[in-house]
Design a protein around this ligand. Structure first.
Ligand code: TYM
Length: 332
C-alpha cells in the first residue's frame, strides 16, 4: 500500500505565491508516489476569524482555495481533497490527544506567542490547541509525510512529540510525521523582510492578473544598499533575486553578476521577474478561470473527498477508542 501524505491550509482567501512555492508545488509532486490527503482547515481558520467575519468569509474562501489547488494540478481522482469540518472525527481525536499533551508544550509554540501579540483581544482556547488539532489532522490519516513551508516545522516537531507520548501510553498507533520542504520553503513578502502572508498584505496572489502582479512587484523592496542604478547590488540579500531563483533559476544566474556589476537596475530586474511569474502562472490562471465556471463540479470534488476521508477517519477512531479503554469489553 502507498504511504500517506497529509497537508492542510487555512481558508484565508486566495493562495499566494508563498503558499505555492513553499507547499502546493510539493502537494502536486507527491501525488505520483503517495496517497495524498489535502484539507482546507476551516476549523483552524476560526481561531482568528470570528463572528460575522467568519460567517461572511469562510465559504467564499474555501471556494477560492479549492480553485487554486485544482488549477495548480491537484487531481481529485488521485488525491483526497476535503474540508476539515466535514470530518468531525478530527475534533474527537483532538480532544483525546489533548489529554496527554502538557500545557507547557503548547505555550512555548512560536506561532502561539506571535498570535498573542497580534490579537491580544482574542487569545482564545482554540489558539492554544491549534497544534493539537493539527496533529489530529495528520494522524487521523496515519500520514507519514507532511509537505509544508518552513513556518510549520515547529508545529510538526510538536506533533511528533504528541505522537510519541500517545504511542508510549497506549501502544504504537500513529507514525511520527515528517515535514517535507520544497527548495523555497520560506518566501518573503514584497516588503522584503517578513514572511509573505495575506494578513500582512505583502503577498502576490496566484490568481492575480498579470497587471496586478507587475504592479505589486514594482513596489517590492530590493537590496537596501542599492540606492542608485550605479550602486553595485547584492543579489544574495535581495528578495527579488530569490523570487527569480524560485521561478527561473537560469535567469537568476544570468542576472546575478549583472546586478553585482550594476549593469542592470532594480526596475528592469523587477520587470523581468513580473514577466517570469506571469509566464509561469499563465496556464494555472487559465485553468482557474475555466474551473470557476463549474461550481457543481467543485461541490462534487469536496463532497466526494469528505466521504473518502471519513471512511479512513472512522477506522482510525475505532482503533483509538479501543486503545484508550473507551470501548466496553466482553467480560463473559
Ligand atoms: P497556512 O494556511 O498558513 O499555509 C498553507 C501552507 O503554505 C505554507 N506557506 C508558506 N511557505 C513558504 N513561504 C511563505 N511565505 C508561506 N506562507 C505559507 C505554509 O507553511 C503551509 O504549508 N497550520 C497550517 C495549516 C494546517 C496544517 C495541518 C498543515 C492545519 N493542519 C496539518 C499541515 C498539516 C497553516 O496555517 O498553513
Amino acid at each position: 500500500m502507498k504511504k500517506r501524505v497529509f497537508s492542510g491550509a487555512r481558508p484565508t482567501g486566495r493562495q499566494h505565491i508563498g503558499n505555492y512555492l513553499g507547499a502546493i508545488q510539493n502537494y502536486v509532486e507527491l501525488q505520483k508516489d503517495y496517497q495524498c490527503v489535502y484539507c482546507i482547515v476551516d476549523l483552524h481558520a476560526l481561531t482568528t476569524l470570528q463572528g460575522s467575519e467568519a460567517v461572511d468569509q469562510i465559504q467564499q474562501n474555501v471556494r477560492e482555495m479549492i480553485l487554486d489547488w485544482l488549477a495548480a494540478g491537484l487531481d481529485p481522482k488521485q488525491s483526497i481533497l476535503f474540508v476539515q469540518s466535514q470530518v468531525p472525527e478530527v475534533t474527537e481525536l483532538q480532544t483525546l490527544l489533548s489529554m496527554s499533551t502538557p500545557l507547557s508544550w503548547l505555550m512555548r509554540v512560536p506561532t502561539f506567542k506571535e498570535k498573542v501579540k497580534m490579537q491580544p483581544e482574542n487569545v482564545n482556547y482554540g489558539l492554544l490547541g491549534y497544534p493539537v488539532l493539527m496533529t489530529a489532522d495528520i494522524v487521523l490519516y496515519k500520514a507519514e509525510v507532511v509537505p509544508v513551508g518552513e513556518d510549520q516545522v515547529p508545529h510538526l516537531e510538536l506533533a511528533r512529540e504528541i505522537v510519541r507520548r500517545f504511542n508510549g501510553l497506549y501502544g504504537d498507533t500513529f507514525p511520527e510525521p515528517q515535514p517535507k520542504l520544497t527548495h523555497a520553503p520560506m518566501i518573503l513578502g514584497i516588503d522584503g523582510v517578513q514572511k509573505m502572508s495575506k494578513q500582512l498584505d505583502n503577498h502576490i496572489e496566484l490568481a492575480a492578473t498579470p497587471e496586478e502582479t507587475a504592479r505589486r512587484i514594482m513596489t517590492a523592496f530590493t537590496d537596501p544598499a542599492r540606492k542608485r542604478k550605479g550602486d553595485p547590488g547584492h543579489p544574495e540579500v535581495c528578495n527579488i533575486h530569490h523570487l527569480h531563483e524560485a521561478f527561473q533559476p537560469e535567469k537568476a544566474r544570468e542576472i546575478a553578476p549583472q546586478c553585482r556589476n550594476a549593469e542592470i537596475g532594480c526596475v528592469e530586474c523587477k520587470k523581468l521577474l513580473a514577466g517570469e511569474i506571469n509566464e509561469a502562472l499563465a496556464p494555472l490562471r487559465e485553468r482557474r478561470r475555466e474551473l470557476a465556471t463549474r461550481p457543481r463540479y467543485i461541490r462534487e470534488v469536496l463532497g466526494d473527498g469528505a466521504e473518502r476521508a471519513r471512511a479512513i477517519a472512522r477506522v482510525t477512531m475505532e482503533e483509538v477508542r479501543e486503545r484508550m479503554g473507551l470501548v466496553a469489553r466482553e467480560t463473559g
